[in-house]
Design a protein around this ligand. Sequence first.
Ligand SMILES: [Zn+2]
Length: 335
Amino acid sequence: MHTMPGARAGGGSLGSTLAGLAHAALGSRGCLFTFHRAVRTEDWPAMPNQGFHLDLGFLNRLLTHLRETGWDIVTLDEAQRRAEDPRGGRYVNFSVDDCYRDTAEAIVPLFARHGVPVTLFLTTGIPDGTLPLWGAGLEEVLRTRDVVHLPEGRLALSSPEERRAAYLRIATAWDGSEAGPRYSDFCRRNGIDEEAMHWRHAITWDMLAALGDDPLVEIGGHTVSHPRISALDPEAAFGEIAGCRERIGARLGREARHFAFPYGRRGDCGARDFALTRRAGFSSAATTRKGLVRRGQDAWSLPRNTLSGTHRHIAAAEAHLTGATGLAARMLNRV
Ligand SMILES: [Zn+2]
């Protein structure tokens, strides 16, 4: 679909036609950002899985920068309304995927201080305690201990570089359906109370309930157990998609209107899955395919730009805001 908002409105003079064209090219557009966790600036350098954590100081600067440069920070409800409006202007939405404890303790309060909204895409197995947070537990152990015990032997750790390398190596080896059992074995070998560790990192239903019906916090669904949806049979995929929506409704009395796919890249969710989110009652579904939202964008396969913790400069976010990263990804066929 190709529309040119504004091009007809100017009474036919060349100047207004050019203004209309410029508006069509540069004007109404939305940029959806996503990230997972955030830590204080002073804690960031020692995180073994740095890409997963935004520096809160950076996030604070980015929110200030966006407001100073004329971007409206909006909910997805509002983004959806603007996507249909030729005068929708420039808008940004931030969504936090999965939802860890720091979502409630640090991220929501930061957005509240700026007086702008944030969307939480909740994996309901986290507050239900049914999804092993193996990455978070592994990371904490590698960050805080000088010796860890693995099936292949003892591993001594000292520098942040060694801890990062160990995280990358172990997490890569564990990733997949066996991650949960491997993490349980790791906890036993290292004397970790797996249950207690879960609640050190998980958001709780009480925390979510305490957000009440704050208009600055929008709660959407991100499955029950964080699977790769495209890998599931239709019934299981629908169960994951509809299940989180039902659970949020039952626990919080709030309707989850928006959904985000776990992983969200091209191979992780496709046409069948987009249709399932619609059938489950969601009014939008977001991927992690890079790009901007323009008029005519399909609501059940929204592009969304991942902010990595390792990109701590405004320029990295600017590349998403101009659409350059989405364009580059499409040219490289790597969305
Ligand atoms: Zn996720």
